[in-house]
Write a protein that binds this ligand. Structure first.
Ligand code: NAD
Length: 492
């Protein structure tokens, strides 16, 4: 499978191809013929021509297709999880218990939500008129996804868009395209009309950029780095498209002095190592009260040292590799630079022995004594690295939590009600957990503050992105001469 346009799969016509590599073993999993700009034109035209009839289907019909689709993905769950693991190196345990069930739940949620698109009551807000609200699909959505959760990111883009009656062209990350293509095929198998969902596998700088500025694309929805997100915003400005951006993160994990330290330690290990740290909400900055700092650091370091790395089918493996050697080198480079100004309490190297030496593995790494404005504390690592910094007062803890350009997610660890309420109110992030870090649910929105972007994925709030509100106003009296005409002209 290479490209999926108008319900059919075919090889891209760019003359270039990309090898999809399992980063745990360096084996080539598939070779995908990349899309040309001409292929992109076909995909956008397919989405454009499918829009009028899809946007007019009854919500119940859209829900029926999505319900059938959920059961198809459920039946093929094992295949989806194997392919997802093979293109990312994730342990099968993670894809079987997190990525695939999460995706199925998301499909079920949007199958139901498709039937709950509501507006304001029809009423007379002026005595001479009846007003009502129509909530309408926007048109053709151009969506771009990253490689960290390829299937879930495809789901988060496609489901709210089509549930609301839009059509879509999705460009997955070129290094992890396989499950997005399977997803589109399964939608067709569930009865989705041709052209409603199209997947174009192409290079970000050419095909991705062209999709973002395409004049026939009405809205762009981008998940990826803040740097590329800025270029998306510029491209979308050309024809004033609606934009939804889910960008980078640098989540603070604030441990107050009254916290259950063992719970915070478990939370920090799971929250920072989830998906080998390649998670935009991952805990990356543990901001820990000085009274519990030493205990926290010692316990997290011990846990990090006990983590087992391994390939997807290694049942003993806790953690997989980074998605690519390029990403591993990026992580290793940041840790090497941090060595000069901080202390590495665990990890800090890529294992080279045995089978691990063939993969893009990197040991879970704990960094202490780094200044709050140093690179490892400020910038996105997107790998299994946690930096810990101490604080003395609640004011300082909250200030440090907000000392970042990002604002996607955060957590506060405390058993004190007032502290918890203060943290949830004052930390500037799209999600603040109390005494946990990472869980997401289909019913609740996910999205950033500050340079983590704007707009929401999942939940009914995502329909705010993928629909537009129209005011419809009926004049009631049937008079030729309306009262307000006096302000413009005098009737003779
Ligand atoms: P990236 O920005 O390099 O790439 C993301 C996607 O953009 C890929 O499909 C890529 O091909 C495409 N792309 C690259 N250059 C482009 C261009 N000039 N125009 C249009 N498209 C282009 O990000 P990545 O390395 O794939 O993913 C990691 C980043 O994604 C991290 O910063 C992470 O925080 C972020 N992320 C955010 C969320 C969220 O919900 N906020 C979720 C997952 C990942």
């Amino acid at each position: 499978m290479h490209q999926f346009i108008t319900g059919h799969s075919f090889s891209g016509t760019s003359g270039k191809s990309i090898d999809v590599i399992n980063p745990a073993t360096s084996e080539v999993v598939a070779s995908v013929g990349l899309a040309s700009l001409a292929d992109l034109e076909l995909a956008v035209a397919a989405a454009r021509s499918a829009f009028p009839s899809w946007s007019r289907t009854a919500p119940g019909e859209r829900a029926g297709i999505l319900q059938k689709f959920a059961r198809i993905v459920e039946e093929r769950a094992d295949e989806f999880s194997r392919v997802e693991s093979s293109q990312t190196g994730k342990p099968l345990r993670l894809t079987r218990e997190f990525d695939i069930p999460g995706t199925i739940d998301n499909i079920d949620f949007f199958a139901g939500a498709a039937r709950h698109l509501e507006g304001k009551a029809t009423a007379e807000y002026s005595p001479q008129h009846t007003s009502s609200i129509r909530r309408e699909a926007i048109g053709v959505v151009g969506a771009i996804a990253p490689w960290n959760y390829p299937l879930q990111m495809a789901a988060w883009k496609i489901l709210p868009a089509i549930a609301a009656g839009n059509t879509i062209v999705l460009k997955p990350a070129e290094i992890t395209p396989l499950t997005s293509l399977m997803f589109a095929q399964a939608l067709t198998d569930a009865g989705l009309p041709d052209g409603v969902v199209n997947v174009v596998v192409g290079d970000g700088h050419t095909v991705g950029a062209a999709l973002m500025r395409h004049p026939d694309v009405d809205m762009v929805s981008f998940t990826g780095s803040t740097a590329v997100g800025r270029t998306v915003l510029e491209a979308a400005a050309v024809n004033a498209k609606r934009v939804h951006l889910e960008l980078g993160g640098k989540a603070p994990f604030v441990v107050f002095d009254d916290a259950n330290v063992d719970a915070a330690v478990h939370g920090a290990v799971a929250g920072s190592l989830i998906n080998t740290g390649q998670d935009c909400t991952a805990a990356t900055r543990a901001i820990v009260h000085r009274s519990v700092y030493d205990e926290f650091v010692a316990k997290v370091a011990a846990r990090f040292d006990s983590i087992t790395l391994g390939a997807p089918d290694d049942t003993a493996a806790d953690l997989g590799p980074l998605v690519s050697f390029k990403q591993r080198d990026h992580v290793a480079g940041m840790v090497e630079r941090a060595r000069g100004y901080s202390k590495i309490m665990a990890g800090g190297f890529a294992p080279s022995d045995g089978s691990l030496g063939r993969g893009a593995f990197y040991r879970p790494t704990l960094v202490v004594d780094a200044a709050p404005d140093s690179e490892i504390v400020k910038d996105e690592v997107f790998g299994p690295v946690l930096a810990v910094i101490p604080f003395d007062t609640d004011d300082e803890g909250i200030r440090l939590a907000n000392d970042t350009v990002y604002g996607l997610a955060a957590s506060a660890w405390t058993n004190n009600l007032q502290r918890a309420l203060r943290a949830t109110r004052e930390i500037k992030a799209g999600c603040v957990w109390v005494n946990d870090h990472v869980p997401i649910i289909s019913e609740m929105p996910h999205g950033g503050f500050k340079q983590s972007g704007f707009g929401k994925d999942m939940s009914a709030y995502s329909f705010e992105e993928y629909t537009q509100v129209k005011h419809v106003m009926f004049e009631l009296d049937g008079l030729a001469e309306k009262d307000w005409h006096r302000t413009i002209f005098t009737l003779r």
